[in-house]
Write a protein that binds this ligand. Sequence first.
Ligand SMILES: [Zn+2]
Length: 68
Amino acid sequence: MRFGKIEENEEIIKFNLELQCVNCNKKVPGGMKTGGKYFETEEYNIEIEKFKKTYLCGVCRDKKRMSD
Ligand SMILES: [Zn+2]
C-alpha cells in the first residue's frame, strides 16, 4: 500500500504497520511504502495515526461501499 508522498526517482521506504479494522477489529498486516523524505517526519506520524484510526479491512470497506 502506498502511503504519503513518493516523489519521482525518490528512495522508497518499505515498512509494516499493525493495522486493526475499526469496524470488525480484525488484525491486518499492512505492507506499506513511502518516500524517503517523508518517512518518519512529523506529518508522517500524524498521518499514520489518522490512518490507523480510520482503517477498514477489505471486507468492511466493500460493505461500506455497498451501503453508500
Ligand atoms: Zn473489518
